[in-house]
Design a protein around this ligand. Structure first.
Ligand code: NAP
Length: 327
């Protein structure tokens, strides 16, 4: 063990949920550390347009992420840019072990690790990732200017990303396995109105085809008749939902059959002092505003938990951070 420090709260993940938790935790004077292995903002960074976060009729995803981070930093938040390899619950304290060997000791932990894009699991997908197969239109759309692409999926992500790609590509085919979209009505209307987009109903990609330069096409299967046909395209963008990043969830925490963490209405798990929020948590809908709300709930609950725990332990209350005592 390289180093051992004691915190009130460790937040793992710097997306909207984690950053919102950090804002509330800092304002509650918790000695807080936020650990993020990449850049703050998480999946929001991949969104071209965010149009449903209150207060912004229209904002770029990475700009919104930056504003969340700046807000949290304004309270003097301590950030660690590293990967967490394990969360080890304990009676005296919980341990958060980082990839470099450092261990953080903390009274409470908020797991805000989000999710990663679900894979189609068809031949060609893995090998052609980065060579025409993508899970991020904002990151890779630029390479498909004037080209033909397909977008797989029928949810909000597929429609939003498809609309973004339509600004760059010559033609965007939305491949959906059913005869109606799952996406919100407003996005469905926009897809219908976008002359560069066409929905291929009752269709599934069964193989991604390649040549020397990467993707050359796909094999499409009619989900009703089973008939197959080949289609030439330059790129395949896959948006079929995502899997929760639940690798750090300690044993004893309840999860749904899909691997989402089940919590109470304060985002508490079955282990005292361990919380799960945002896209990692089992819930009705996954939205930025809901992740932010989870972060608020978990931090307020953690503040109460830590206070009660310290009172019991007779420990000293943390000093108020300088920035708060000035207000
Ligand atoms: P989603 O809502 O779960 O939709 C996934 C889509 O992919 C569905 O249409 C599903 O088809 C299809 N699909 C799943 N597995 C498939 C497979 N193996 N092969 C082919 N198609 C498959 O996922 P999402 O669009 O990523 O959205 C995730 C959450 O984020 C949702 O709650 C969504 O509302 C939210 N979100 C919101 C916004 C926004 O409000 N602006 C933007 C993006 C995402 P079926 O319909 O047949 O199941």
């Amino acid at each position: 063990m390289a180093q051992s420090e004691m915190y009130d709260l460790a937040i793992i993940g710097g997306g909207p949920g984690g950053l919102s938790a950090a804002i509330y935790a800092m304002r509650a004077a918790l000695k807080t550390v936020l650990i993020e292995k990449a850049v703050p903002g998480g999946q929001v960074n991949l969104s071209d347009e965010v149009e449903n976060y209150p207060g912004y009729t229209h904002i770029n995803g990475s700009e919104l992420a930056m504003r969340f981070a700046e807000h949290a930093r304004s309270y003097g938040l301590e950030e660690v840019n590293d990967e967490v390899v394990s969360v080890e619950p304990g009676l005296e304290y919980h341990g958060v072990r980082l990839s470099g060997g450092r261990e953080i000791r903390t009274h409470a932990v908020i797991l805000a690790t989000g999710g990663t894009p679900r894979k189609l699991d068809v031949p060609g997908e893995q090998d052609l990732y980065g060579k025409g197969v993508s899970y991020c239109a904002v990151c890779d759309g630029f390479f498909f200017r004037g080209k033909q692409v397909i977008v797989v999926g029928g949810g909000d992500s597929a429609c939003e990303e498809g609309l973004y790609l339509a600004k760059l590509a010559q033609r965007v085919y939305l491949v959906h396995r059913r005869d109606s979209l799952r996406a919100s009505r407003i996005l469905q209307q926009r897809v219908t109105a976008e002359c560069k987009m066409e929905v291929l109903w009752n269709s599934a990609v069964s193989e991604i085809l390649s040549g020397s330069g990467g993707v050359t096409g796909v094999t499409l299967q009619d989900t009703q008749t089973g008939r197959k046909r080949q289609m030439s395209v330059d790129g395949v963008f896959i948006f079929i939902g995502f899997e929760p990043n639940n690798q750090l969830v300690p044993a004893g925490v309840r999860m749904s059959t899909d691997g989402f963490v089940i919590t109470d209405d304060q985002c508490s798990t079955a282990i005292p002092g361990i919380y799960a929020i945002g896209d990692l948590k089992e819930k009705y809908a996954r939205q930025i505003v809901l992740s932010a709300a989870d972060g608020c709930l978990a931090a307020l609950s953690a503040a109460h938990y830590v206070e009660t725990r310290k009172a019991k332990m007779g420990a000293e209350i943390c000093e108020l951070p300088e920035i708060l005592s000035a207000r």
